[in-house]
Design a protein around this ligand. Sequence first.
Ligand code: SF4
Length: 331
Amino acid sequence: MLQQTQVATAIPYYRRFIDRFPTLRALAQADLDAVLKLWEGLGYYARARNLHRACALVLTHHGGRVPGDWEPFRALPGVGDYIAAAVLSIAFERPFAVVDGNVKRVLARLFALPAPVNRPAAHKSFQAAADRLLDRRRPGDFNQALMELGALVCTPAAPQCPLCPLSRYCTAFKAGAIARYPRRRPSRPVPEVEIAVGVVFKQASVLITRRPEKGLLGGLWEFPGGKLREGESPAAACAREIKEEVGLAVRVAAPLAVVRHAYSHFRVRLHVFRCRYTGGRVRRNGPVEHRWVRLAALDRFAFPGANRKFMPLLTQDGEGQGAVPEEESTA
Ligand code: SF4
């Protein structure tokens, strides 16, 4: 959970998760839907799917014990160098140095490293610096200390150098050059994608579809829709996408909301419409799993954050509230 998410945000999720899945076996044997539902709102859902699969593999291939060596642990789904070094050093006292954003900032200032912190190719030089510095007798404490120093003392905008235990070794501090580190490569503008989404009513139920397990928001449920083509109106795109995706004809009745949502590498602008089912059948065994669900039952399914933003506007007759103003979010 702490990969890409701050501790304060993760804590309530962690508690609920541990209550529901108190053992590795309980998580391994849980339904993926139940796992995603508890993860809902935390984002980066691949983490939940990978954790679920990793537990199943630990149960079947490692007798239910998390492996404490690099090779077998690193081979588990969702485990990269960062997670492997963090878990193996903290839980098993293995001598691996952790390099996250906070650690990179400390190292960049401590050694006046010229490599840009936001360039993947530069990661090696930060890892090499951390490897050289690592206390091999207490690698878990060392890693946590360096991460915490970056989070609390060597902060991005206002590092507290007079309080810092590293100040007498710190190249940037001694040279009066803290503002020059860490270096960053200018980042590219984030693209925005326009998407049309339909809330299709059939009597008292609405249609939801499930995203493929692999890829962005994999395994989550959503309202059907897709990207606008060039020159296409949002309403036309909504009807076309629903026809293509699930094979239904719908009448696009009224705009419900325009919602903006930011992901790590792009932003989306969702044009949401109330729609009425007019004909056709959802393709059985088609590429997309679907359900007709009463509004009161929507809460049982895990939805992406962008869908959650407009769901409170849904009313049973599908004609309820008027269009709402555009909403901005960086969540
Ligand atoms: S002395 Fe200042 S710049 Fe150097 S590591 Fe400490 S807080 Fe960061």
